[in-house]
Design a binder for this molecule. Structure first.
Ligand code: ARG
Length: 571
């Protein structure tokens, strides 16, 4: 049951006007910070204008007319504070969660709507570093959240695989590289060659021309150029695939920038037809002065296309192909201007779907207080972080759970869970200074902490099962009074708020809301667990506590799934 809806109906029945529709009342209902004020509160100043009465008088009118048997209401300082009957809470939440089975907190609000999500979008011939982790995991989590809400989602990896830098790489490779070296050292060998190219180009500008020449050859489809280019791509993708595999991340499409090489001309033509293109210092741009932005660059002086040109073509392609409800770009806020420009240009072109493009930006990742930079080696590779995390988890498991089966699998879940949780725990717009100790922290509010609460529920449930208390049996005969205590009520109320929270997280494109909520549920369940013996006392009361445990397990597993963290049953 949606408690807010239930209470809003009661309030609506008491208020002497139709100017306060149920939906409005529902949207005003809050959860007080201090639970002694009740489980829900209605700030009555919201209705002061409608009723032309002071808030306290409105609150009093509602309190006086209160006729809901499942709750009590009191008027306090202009608020209507409502406390639900704990048994009522228990009966409803347990029935809802167990009834929902695997679909807890899901909905069909997205039926028939498609959401495109552009995330991770790695660059060819670069190694995956911690800066890419946020886009990868925020995007992955948003995909799961929208899937859960019934949307059709399309995960797109907009690979950075086009541009003059690839010509430079080929030129560097041809000059100083060798196949053996690249095969031995992988992408790092290419990165090194690229750095050398830049160093030498400072004294030898002819190198730049040579790089451009090679890129032209790629564009023209020259066999040798294409062969080397495809090989670089393959090397990078093999590297990246190992990371995605560990993170459990996948994509529906790997349509990178090169995919749009033949789709840009129509966009350029359309811009020209619509008189949006003008020449500036030899280049072709769309003027955005009225929008107080620098011009959006479309074609370089030599006619070469640019990053924005490819994004224009990509947006158009996605609109045509997927007819999206929303098209998201999970990209760091450094690219704020880029996306504002691209979206604005599409509006100027008269694309009605331009308003459905959303830049889901996130904070910058630094390391030791300085920006990451592959060029001067100041970076942390994700491969190393994940390996460290798994090794640390393995050491802890060896020490604390020597009898655990398949320790490697558990170490993978826990180690990677810790890293993923750490990037999804703070609001996405916050800058993150990567710290080994916090990414690898397993204590306090961390991934492993939540995973542990889940494993605890699982182990209790299997103990109960051994004693004949299967969830199914418990559901037939249980005493809800056993859950009429503050600790159980706290768990149940948090669970009851979860479905609404998931919808909010989707609306705000904010997976961290799910992370925080699932952490709260884990914490509340732990508190319950330490205060109450689940498997003691009369059978109906045990059954009730088993059902609470099952509900917590389902909620935690759902939350972890939505943020892309494994939920091991044993740890
Ligand atoms: N490859 C780009 C980068 O690493 C991100 C691409 C984001 N997506 C897009 N459609 N522009 O900066």
């Amino acid at each position: 049951m949606n408690f807010k809806r239930h209470l809003a109906n009661t309030i609506h029945g008491i208020l002497p006007t139709d100017d306060a529709p149920v939906e409005l009342i529902e949207s005003y209902l809050e959860v007080p910070k201090d639970s002694s004020m009740g489980d829900f509160a209605l700030p009555c100043f919201r209705f002061a204008k409608t009723f032309k009465k002071p808030p306290q008088a409105i609150a009093q009118t509602i309190a006086d007319g209160w006729n809901d048997e499942s709750s009590e209401a009191a008027a306090v300082s202009g608020y209507l504070n409502i406390k639900l009957n704990p048994v009522f809470i228990a009966r409803n939440v347990i029935a809802d969660v167990l009834g929902a089975r695997g679909k807890f907190a899901s909905s069909d609000e997205g039926a028939g709507k498609t959401i495109c999500i552009d995330y991770s979008s790695v660059n060819i011939a670069k190694r995956f570093h911690i800066g890419h982790l946020s886009t990868t995991m925020i995007g992955h989590s948003l995909k799961r959240i929208f899937d859960h809400l019934g949307y059709t989602t399309v995960g797109i990896n907009h690979l950075g695989d086009w541009g003059t830098q690839f010509g430079k790489m080929i030129s560097a490779y041809k000059r100083w590289g060798s196949r053996e070296d690249v095969e031995l050292r992988g992408i790092q060998a290419i990165v090194d060659l690229y750095v050398r190219f830049h160093d030498e180009a400072k004294d030898n500008p002819a190198l730049e021309d040579e790089g451009r020449e090679w890129f032209l050859r790629i564009e023209r489809g020259d066999t040798e150029a294409l062969e080397i280019f495809e090989w670089l791509k393959e090397l990078t993708m093999n590297d990246v695939a190992k990371i995605y595999d560990q993170l459990g991340v996948s994509f529906d499409h790997y349509t990178g920038e090169s995919f749009y090489k033949d789709k840009m001309q129509p966009v350029v033509d359309e811009l020209r037809e619509k008189n949006l293109l003008e020449q500036s210092e030899g280049a072709w741009v769309v003027d955005l002065t009225p929008d107080k932005m620098p011009p959006c660059l479309i074609l370089k002086r030599d006619g070469a296309t640019l990053y924005p040109t490819r994004d224009l073509a990509a947006a158009e392609y996605r609109a045509d192909t997927f007819n999206f409800h929303k098209s998201l770009y999970v990209v760091a806020y450094q690219q704020d201007l880029h996306f504002r420009q691209v979206f604005r240009v599409l509006e100027k072109m008269g694309k009605p779907w331009a308003r459905d493009l959303v830049h889901v930006s996130y904070g910058m990742v630094s390391y030791g207080g300085a920006a990451l930079s592959t060029r001067d080696g100041h970076t942390v590779y994700l491969e190393d972080v994940l390996a460290e995390a798994r090794a640390k988890a393995r050491r802890i498991i060896d020490e604390k759970s020597p009898d655990l089966q398949d320790k490697d699998a558990a170490a993978k879940s826990v180690g990677i869970g810790a890293v993923v949780y750490s990037v999804l725990s703070a609001g996405r717009i916050k800058d993150i200074d990567f710290r080994w100790d916090s990414a690898l922290n397993f204590d306090g509010e961390t991934g492993p902490y939540v995973q542990y609460a889940h494993a605890r529920c699982c182990s209790l449930l299997s103990k109960a099962e051994e004693a004949g208390l299967t969830v199914e049996e418990c559901g037939k005969n249980w005493n809800a009074d056993a859950l009429a205590n503050p600790e159980a009520t706290e768990v149940l109320l948090l669970i009851s708020r979860f479905p609404e929270l998931v919808r909010d997280a989707a609306r705000k494109y904010e997976p961290s809301m799910v992370t925080r909520h699932v952490t709260d549920i884990a914490g509340a369940y732990n508190k319950f667990y330490f205060e109450h013996r689940v498997l003691q006392g009369d059978i109906e009361s045990q059954a009730a506590r088993v059902l609470l445990t099952e509900a917590a397990r389902i909620a935690i597993a759902t939350g972890l799934m939505l943020i892309g963290v494994d939920a091991p049953t044993r740890m």
